[in-house]
Design a protein around this ligand. Structure first.
Ligand code: ADP
Ligand code: MG
Ligand code: ZN
Length: 620
C-alpha cells in the first residue's frame, strides 16, 4: 500500500528565507555600486568658484551648505561651504565677479538633513541584508556565540549523536558505544528488543520476506530504571546511529518549531538509516489530547501530529526504528499506541534484589571492594533503589573511600553513601523501613498462601514486594483460560484471597495498616455485585438492585436507586455478612498454614520476587 508520502525527502524547497536574503544582499550591493558610480563629483569651494567664474557651471543649486553645480555637459559637481556664510558671499570671497553671479541661474532649496544621501542608505541596507543572510545560513554559529535569534533556529534540530560527536554535523553520525553489557538486570526487556536489533543489523532479511517492519517501541517504567540507557544500547548493539530528542524540549517552544525539529530529526535519521530515533519523555507531547487545558496545547499537538505523520510515512524501505520512553504510559494519547506506531511495549520494572546485584556489578567494575563485603550484600541493603540510584551509590561510596584515604570501598562507605542518597532531595522513590518491609512481605504472603489453598482461585503466578506504581507489593494470579460463567464459590474465594493480606497482618503483627485499602475496596465491590447484580443472596432473591449510570471509561457516575430503604439495609447486611465470612476463612487458612506463611514472607524479604515454580515448591 502506498502510504501518505512524507513531505520532505524529494521535494526541494525552492525559495527560503536564506535564499531571499542572499538575493537581497546582491541587489542592494549592486545598487550601491551604481549609486557610487553616478554620484556627483565633490570638489573644493575654490575649485567651484573657479568653475563658476570660468562659465563651466551653467546653473547652481544651494541646499543648506551644499552647492550643486550643473556643468555644460549635464554632469554634476558639488562642494560644501562653511556654515553661517551665504553661498553668494562665499563665491564672492573666492573672487567670482558680480556680473557672473548675476547671470548665474541660482536656486536656493530647503536644506535636507545633511549626510543622508541615497548611497549611504543603500549601503546600510546592504549590510543589514547580509547580516540577516548570515543569521539564516549559520544559526548555529551565532547561537553558540550568544547571538542567537530564536526564530532563525528552526531548521536544524540538534540531535545527540552519542559516541562523543557534537551532533548537528551530518557526517559525524556514529553508533553509541553503549551495549547490552552495560544494562544489567533487564533480561526480559533485552529479549523483547532482540528482534529490533536483528532488523537494524540486516533490514534486507526482513524486507525479502515482505515482513512489516516494526516502527515504534515504547519503553515504560519509573524514572532511573534505564530506559534511555537501553535505547542507546539497542543502537549500540546494532551498530547504527542514535538520534535523540526529548519531549520536554518542545514544551517551551514557539508554535511550529517543535514540528519543524521533528521533521528535521527524521530527515537526518533517514539519511543515516538504518538508525534509531529516540523520543525521550514522550508523555510531554503525547499526553491525551483534550486531557490538558490552557495554552501550549497547540504546540504539543502539532509536535505530536508531526511524529505521527513521520511514522505513517515510513515505507518498507525506511529502516528507522522509533523508540520512545515514558514513565506515564497510562496518560498517552491512544493515537500513539495504534498498530504501525508504538505498538511494541517494553516495561522496565524496579529491579529486585538479583537485578540490583547485576546492576551494582556493572557500576562497581574497576572499583576495589573490601573483601569483607559482597555485592550481593549491598544489593540486599538497597530495596527500592533503581538503576540510577545504584550508579549514584557506587559512585558516592567510591568518593567517600577516596576522601577517607582508603584503598578499598568498605561497608561503612556504602552505608554512609546510602544515607546521603536516601536523604537527598531528588529521590522520589519511597524507601521503606525494616518494619514496613516486614509488613509488606507478610501482607503479600498472606494473599498468596490463601489463594494457593482455595479451590476456586487461579494459581499464583508471581508474588513480589518490589513496589510498582502505587502498590508496595503485588500478588499476581494467573487466570487459566477465559471464564464466561463463574459460580458463586469463585466469587467467594476471590474475596477471601483479597482479604488474605489484611488477615496476615492481623495474625502476625496483631494490628492492621492502611496498606489493604485497595483490597477492601475491590472485595466490597465484588460482594455488592454478588448481592445486587447476580442474585446470589438467598434473602434478596433474584431481582437486581440499582441501575448503573455513566460509562465504564469515565467511571460510574453513581447509581440510580430503585429500591426501598428496607431493601437497602438488607443489602448492607448481606455485604457485611459475605465479607465477614470471607475474612474468617482467610484467618483460619493462614493460622492452619502458619509455617508456610512465615516461610514465604522470609523468602520474599530475601529475594523480593518469587515466580510460580519457586512458589509452588515452597508450598509443597
Ligand atoms: P531512565 O531513562 O529510565 O530515567 P536512565 O537510562 O537515564 O534512566 O538511567 C540513568 C542511569 O542509571 C544510567 O545512565 C545508568 O548509569 C544507570 N542505570 C539505570 N538502569 C541501569 C541498568 N539496568 N543497568 C546499569 N545501569 C543502569
Ligand atoms: Mg531517561
Ligand atoms: Zn493486598
Amino acid at each position: 500500500m502506498l502510504s501518505r508520502n512524507p513531505r520532505q525527502p524529494k521535494k526541494k524547497q525552492i525559495f527560503t528565507l536564506q535564499h531571499g536574503l542572499a538575493a537581497l544582499t546582491l541587489i542592494l550591493g549592486l545598487a550601491t555600486v551604481v549609486a557610487w558610480m553616478y554620484a556627483p563629483q565633490t570638489i573644493s569651494i575654490p575649485q567651484m568658484a573657479r568653475a563658476v567664474e570660468a562659465g563651466e557651471v551653467k546653473s547652481l543649486v544651494v541646499q543648506g551648505d551644499l552647492l550643486i553645480g550643473t556643468t555644460a555637459s549635464g554632469s554634476q559637481v558639488r562642494a560644501l561651504k562653511e556654515r553661517g556664510i551665504s553661498a553668494i558671499d562665499t563665491l564672492q570671497f573666492f573672487s567670482v565677479s558680480t556680473g557672473t553671479l548675476r547671470a548665474l541661474p541660482l536656486l536656493i532649496e530647503e536644506s535636507q538633513s545633511a549626510g543622508f544621501d541615497s548611497h549611504q542608505i543603500l549601503l546600510t541596507l546592504t549590510v543589514l541584508a547580509f547580516v540577516g543572510y548570515l543569521l539564516a545560513r549559520y544559526p548555529g554559529w551565532f547561537q553558540e556565540n550568544g547571538w542567537g535569534l530564536p526564530f532563525f533556529n528552526t531548521r536544524r534540530s540538534k540531535p545527540l549523536f552519542l559516541s562523543g560527536s557534537r551532533g548537528g554535523k551530518d557526517d559525524k553520525a556514529k553508533a553509541p558505544t553503549v551495549t547490552f553489557q552495560d544494562v544489567a538486570g533487564t533480561d526480559q526487556a533485552k529479549l523483547e528488543l532482540q528482534e529490533i536489533i536483528e532488523f537494524l543489523k540486516e533490514p534486507s532479511k526482513f524486507a525479502k520476506l515482505g515482513a512489516r517492519i516494526p516502527r515504534g517501541v515504547l519503553m515504560a517504567g519509573p524514572p532511573g530504571t534505564g530506559k534511555t540507557l537501553l535505547a542507546k544500547a539497542v543502537a549500540g548493539e546494532a551498530g547504527v546511529p542514535f538520534f535523540s530528542i526529548s519531549g520536554s524540549e518542545f514544551v517551551e517552544m514557539y508554535v511550529g518549531v517543535g514540528a519543524a525539529r521533528v521533521r528535521d530529526l527524521f530527515k537526518q535519521a533517514r539519511k543515516h538509516s538504518p538508525a534509531v530515533v529516540f523520543v525521550d519523555e514522550i508523555d510531554a507531547v503525547g499526553r491525551q489530547r483534550g486531557a490538558s487545558n490552557g495554552h501550549g496545547n497547540d504546540e504539543r499537538e502539532q509536535t505530536l501530529n508531526q511524529i505521527l505523520v513521520e511514522m505513517d510515512g515510513f515505507t518498507t524501505d525506511t529502516n528507522v526504528i522509533v523508540m520512545a520512553s515514558t514513565n506515564r504510559p497510562d496518560i498517552l494519547d491512544p493515537a500513539l499506541l495504534r498498530p504501525g506506531r508504538f505498538d511494541r511495549k517494553v516495561f522496565l520494572d524496579r529491579p529486585d534484589v538479583q537485578s540490583r546485584e547485576a546492576i551494582l556489578a556493572v557500576h562497581l567494575r574497576g572499583k576495589p571492594l573490601d573483601p569483607a563485603i559482597s555485592i550481593a550484600e549491598v544489593a540486599r541493603l538497597t530495596p527500592g533503589f533503581v538503576g540510577a540510584d545504584l550508579e549514584n551509590l557506587a559512585n558516592e561510596a567510591a568518593i567517600l573511600a577516596a576522601r577517607r584515604g582508603l584503598a578499598v570501598i568498605g561497608r561503612v562507605e556504602f552505608q554512609d553513601a546510602m544515607e546521603r542518597i536516601i536523604a537527598g532531595p531528588e529521590r522520589q522513590n519511597k524507601i521503606l523501613s525494616k518494619l514496613e518491609r516486614d509488613v509488606v512481605a507478610y501482607h503479600e504472603a498472606g494473599h498468596a498462601v490463601v489463594m494457593h489453598y482455595l479451590e476456586y482461585c487461579d494459581p499464583v503466578h508471581k508474588v513480589s514486594i518490589v513496589s510498582r506504581g502505587m502498590a508496595l507489593g503485588y500478588t499476581m494470579p494467573m487466570p487459566e483460560g477465559d471464564k464466561y460463567l463463574r459460580r458463586r464459590e469463585a466469587f467467594e474465594d476471590e474475596i477471601v484471597g483479597l482479604l488474605g493480606g489484611r488477615a496476615a497482618e492481623e495474625i502476625i503483627f496483631n494490628r492492621v495498616t492502611t496498606g489493604a485499602s485497595n483490597d477492601l475496596e475491590r472485595a466490597t465491590k465484588l460482594a455488592r455485585a454478588m448481592v445486587t447484580r447476580y442474585g446470589f443472596s438467598q434473602k434478596l432473591g433474584l431481582r437486581t438492585f440499582g441501575e448503573e449510570q455513566g460509562n465504564a471509561y469515565l467511571g460510574s457516575l453513581g447509581e440510580a436507586r430503585d429500591y426501598s430503604e428496607e431493601k437497602a439495609r438488607v443489602i448492607d447486611q448481606e455485604i457485611d455478612q459475605i465479607l465477614a465470612t470471607a475474612y474468617q476463612r482467610a484467618k483460619t487458612l493462614l493460622t492452619e498454614h502458619r509455617s508456610k506463611l512465615d516461610g514465604l514472607a522470609a523468602a520474599l524479604l530475601e529475594v523480593e520476587t518469587i515466580e510460580r515454580s519457586a512458589f509452588e515448591a515452597l508450598m509443597a
